[in-house]
Design a protein around this ligand. Structure first.
Ligand code: GDP
Ligand code: MG
Length: 633
């Protein structure tokens, strides 16, 4: 016995302790830990088995008694140590003084989680029991599979329960204990069907037959065959147990007494005695098997667990990086932090408006959008040029009637020439101002986007930046507008450097000379005028194509970004405002804290796992363990 105990202390205990430590770190919030879930049809004896294993009375009776998943964490204490119990759910925690209170407290917890009545809930109730009389095991009791809803239950209660059970047993980390009464045809039970759905090869399913005392006479042989794994094969096999029946409960037969009766029942049974001899019967043997299964299961899960922790750690770190570091606590450092954030943002704003790559990680590129706008402006000018050319062709043919005054044919009225040019150029003022507004809209939108991603987590800072962006936009747009208007006013002075004009004119003349022969009548003079008009308009158009965009780029992009920087940095003169600006978005803050905690948990978990594998790699193979837990209940 001593060597067995030694083995237990060396192999079983550390394994269970490891998972327990991971659990108490809260790692279960991040990933699934090896566990055993108990499933079964209604009144198949689940609670009775758990009761026998844990040594405490659990809620039971007819109808749906288990209404929330109940995690039963059992920890074996050294002989002579005290009983300890604790119930916890949804952040609530309470120690239990008296084992007799457990049932009442679970009922209360269920009412709080699933409401009064008969509904169910996914919220987990955790019951921790430490005592010399319990095995090292964690089991999860789930609501019974029901087919028909009873009075007051939602009609889909059956589906709700199935979904809940499915959620647990579908995890590869869970061993399913399928509880089936011995007097029921196991093949027809819903519980086994569900287990087989998620574990078709029966790798992580263990069958438990209950109520062997209620077996119909003559069917004992078939029960024996099932337990011997000869009917529906499960890799983990079957166990058979006898718990307290209703009569024994009414008669207040103690759990200890029940264990003795169970032993007597099996060891003396005509058919089941062999099962007892083979170690397939009784609750203590079941406890032993489960502990062993759990330990082996843990052993096998460890590599994946390590892998998962590593993966989760990377993910968590990435999320944390996205959340950004919060402001430091130290007052002096806080101002520095704020200045850094704001400076990074305004520098990015300048980069954005000059078409350089921004640093804050976002993928903003104003110029890709603006290029279209700029091309569109150039197009406007070109179209206007074409229209102008068409117009003058038409106008000039009507010149004689419309414009010719007292001058003799052949004299061109310069004023007429000027008026036509002015009129056409004036047509461009509206579109130019519209373009200014469009570009300003785009720039404002992109700058706001930049503020949102660059200053993420600081809503006051973002809204302040947004206000400043809007204000600067107004200011610079007004400035640009007045520059544009001036430009158009200047265009009224029909002017160009003579040399440029002459060159254009010369080119046009040469072209014309090739195609038409000049005559000296008034038609020729008019042709001459057309040439002048077209040449001048072309030059003016080119000038406007560049000039308008230059003004817009200067004011709406370059100057706006510089002004924004100036204004943002000026805020720091006001000490009172800096604290307000540093107020963090509560969502991001919560998210960061959540992920920081996760990071801590997972890092500790990783250390635990590494330590564990370093100590135990040599002894991980083969658990030649036998009796480790003697049912003394
Ligand atoms: P659950 O609905 O699956 O949790 O089933 P319970 O554990 O509440 O058991 C249903 C009924 O069967 C209860 O009245 C138990 O006392 C009774 N019961 C459980 N196990 C045995 C057993 O081995 N023999 C007998 N005779 N009755 C049992
Ligand atoms: Mg039950």
């Amino acid at each position: 016995m001593n060597t067995l105990n030694q083995q237990y202390e060396e192999k079983v205990r550390p394994c269970i302790d490891l998972i327990d430590s991971l659990r108490s770190l809260g790692v279960e919030k991040d990933l699934a830990l090896p566990a055993i879930a108990v499933i079964g049809d209604q009144s198949s004896g689940k609670s009775s088995v758990l009761e026998a294993l844990s040594g405490v009375a659990l809620p039971r009776g007819s109808g749906i008694v288990t209404r929330c998943p109940l995690e039963l964490k059992m920890k074996r204490r050294k002989e002579g140590e005290e009983w300890y119990g604790k119930i916890s759910y949804e952040g609530y925690e309470e120690e239990i003084e008296d084992p007799a209170d457990v049932e009442k407290m679970i009922r209360e917890a269920q009412q709080k989680l699933a409401g009064k009545g008969v509904g169910i809930s996914d919220d987990l109730i955790s019951l921790e029991i430490a005592s010399p009389d319990v095995p090292d095991l964690t089991l999860i009791d789930l609501p019974s599979i029901t087919r028909v809803a009873v009075k007051g239950q939602p009609v889909n209660i059956g589906d709700q329960i199935k979904r809940l059970i499915h959620k647990f047993i579908t995890k590869q980390e869970t061993i399913s204990l399928v509880v089936v009464p011995s007097n029921v045809d196991i093949a027809t039970t819903e519980a086994l069907k569900m287990a087989q759905e998620v574990d078709p090869d029966g790798d992580r399913t263990l069958g438990i037959l209950t109520m062997p005392d209620l077996v119909d006479k003559g069917t004992e042989e078939s029960v024996v065959e099932i337990v011997r794994n000869e009917v529906i094969h499960l890799k983990k096999g079957y166990m058979i147990v006898k718990c307290r029946g209703q009569k024994e409960i009414t008669e207040r037969v103690s759990l200890t007494e029940a264990t003795e009766r169970e032993k007597a029942f099996f060891s003396e049974h005509l058919y089941f005695q062999t099962l007892y001899d083979e170690g397939h019967a009784t609750v203590p043997k079941l406890a032993e098997k489960l502990t062993l299964e759990l330990v082996q299961h843990i052993q096998r899960s460890l590599p994946q667990l390590e892998e998962q922790i590593k993966k989760k750690l990377t993910e968590t770190q990435a999320t944390l990086d996205k959340c950004g570091s919060g402001p430091p606590a130290d007052a002096a450092e806080r101002l520095g932090f704020l200045i850094d954030r704001v400076a990074a943002f305004t520098q990015d704003a300048i980069r954005l408006t000059t078409g350089e790559e921004i640093k804050c990680g976002g993928k903003l590129n104003i110029f890709a959008i603006l290029r279209e706008q700029f091309a569109d402006w150039k197009n406007t000018i070109e179209v206007s040029g074409i229209i102008f050319n068409q117009n003058i062709e038409r106008e000039v043919t009507q010149y004689e009637q419309k414009y010719r005054g007292r001058e003799l044919p052949g004299f061109i009225n310069y004023k007429t020439f000027e008026d036509m040019v002015k009129e056409q150029i004036k047509e461009l003022e509206g579109p130019a101002l519209l373009k200014l507004k469009e570009v300003a809209d785009i720039v404002t939108k992109e700058l706001v986007k930049l503020a949102q991603s660059s200053l993420v987590g600081f809503p006051n800072l973002i809204s302040t930046a947004q206000n400043k962006i809007e204000a600067v936009r107004k200011e610079k747009e007004t400035a640009a507008e007045s520059m544009l208007r001036t430009q158009f006013e200047m265009e009224i002075i029909v002017y160009t450097q003579d040399s440029t004009y002459s060159k254009k004119l010369g080119k046009r003349k040469r072209e014309d000379e090739q195609y038409c022969t000049l005559s000296s009548d008034s038609g020729a003079t008019l042709r001459e005028m057309i040439k002048h008009l077209k040449s001048y308009y072309k030059i003016a158009g080119q000038r406007l194509a560049d000039q308008i965009l230059l003004v817009i780029r200067y004011q709406v992009l370059q100057e706006s970004a510089v002004q924004l920087q100036r204004e943002m940095l000026q805020m720091f003169q006001n000490k009172a405002i800096t604290e307000w600006l540093l107020q963090e978005d509560s969502g991001i803050r919560t998210k960061r804290i959540h992920h920081q905690n996760r990071l801590k948990r997972l890092s500790s978990a990783r250390i635990l796992l590494t330590d564990f594998s370093m100590k135990h790699t040599t002894s991980t193979k083969g658990f030649g363990l036998v009796s480790t837990w003697e049912g003394t209940q």
